[in-house]
Structures are given as C-alpha cells and as structure tokens.
Design a protein around this ligand. Sequence first.
Ligand SMILES: N[C@@H](CCC(=O)N[C@@H](CS)C(=O)NCC(=O)O)C(=O)O
Length: 212
Amino acid sequence: MITIHHLGVSQSDRVVWLMEELDLAYELKWYGRGDDFLAPDEFRALHPMGTAPIITDGDLVMAESTAIVEYVSQRYGGGTLSVGVDDAAYPHYLFWMQFNNNFQSILFMKMAFQAGGGDINEPNQITRVLKRREDGLYICLEQRLGASDYLAADRFTCADIMMMFNLTSLEMLGARPIGDALPNTRDYVARISARPAYQKAMAIAGPTANPP
Ligand SMILES: N[C@@H](CCC(=O)N[C@@H](CS)C(=O)NCC(=O)O)C(=O)O
C-alpha cells in the first residue's frame, strides 16, 4: 500500500486528493513543520529532495508531486485521470501538468526578491520580467478556462489536481487572489472545490486540517 508522507499545509494534499478521486487505499503519515516552516529532519531523511510530497510504495521512495500524481494515476488508477498519447488533448495535458512548476518558480522568485528588500512596484529589469511572466501565467489560465471547464481535456484530470493548490493555498505566500479580476479561474475553483473527493481530501490533509 502507498504511504503518503504528508507535511502540514503542503502540496502533498494533492496526493491524498488523487487517492480519494480514485478510491484507492493509502496510509497517511503526518509530519509537522518546524518553527522555520520547513520540513523536519525526519521528513528530510526520507529522500534527498526533502520536499513534500514524498510517497513510499514498497521499496520505492518518490518525491515531486507531478511525477507522483502521474505514477499513481497510471500504475494504480488505470490512467483514467490521465490523458493518453493518442488523445487529441494530450498536448494540453502535458502543458498543464508542467504548469505547476512554472507557476511556482515565478512566485518563489518574487518572494525571494521581496525578502531581499526588493520593491516589486519599482520598475526595473527584474520587476518587469517578474510581472510579465506572472501576467502570462494568469492570462493563460483565464484563456484556457474560458474555453474549457477543465484544464487538460473536456473532463477532470490529474492536471486539475496539480493546479488547485496554486489557486488556493498559495495565496498566503503571495499568489494573486482568485476573484472577480479572474472570472474564469474563479468559476473553475468553485467548480472543482465542489467535488466530493476534493472536500474529503481537504478535510483530511488540506491547509486547515489537523493530524488525526
Ligand atoms: N516541485 C515540488 C515542490 C515541493 C515543495 O516545494 N514542497 C514544499 C511544501 S508545499 C516543502 O516541502 N516545503 C518544506 C521545505 O522545503 O522544507 C513538488 O511539486 O513536489
């Protein structure tokens, strides 16, 4: 059985959500964050990456949520929440599965810039690049969600599981609030949040959940 090594308030809630969508059994092991909000030594000892999520599956120890989600979907979910290479939506699936790391690289660059005393509103080469790239991410989301109810295909897929954390939990770290300025994305968040498996997963392991 897969064990999800879950760090409180983290992207490992995606893996719990996927398991609930697929109705798969799993063990959940909680780890609390330290005073520095980072993963504790016990968690970091699991894998050299030291970032959440990490899963163990027999001898396999795996990090990186995009890889974990696709692994579980294909190996244990029959690929029903993935998009196959022969499907017309396959290029969209590839793009939106990678979007998470693009999205977070811009956000963390912005955070690092601000933590170093940078003023994000002062026009210079760095702030121009950051703003242009950040704008691009949200324009891309709005356009896609104006044309499709789901990101990768005309049905719910793993790409939607990869996206939600960025549109909800990451606001606390400086991601743009998803409100009236982003109406398609706002409606998408409402649509996906209504899924029973999402609600169950967030109650178990979401940002406001507590260890059992
Ligand atoms: N690209 C990685 C990012 C993982 C990541 O940054 N995880 C954060 C939690 S959301 C983490 O482990 N933070 C604690 C730390 O770095 O010690 C993934 O998708 O798995």
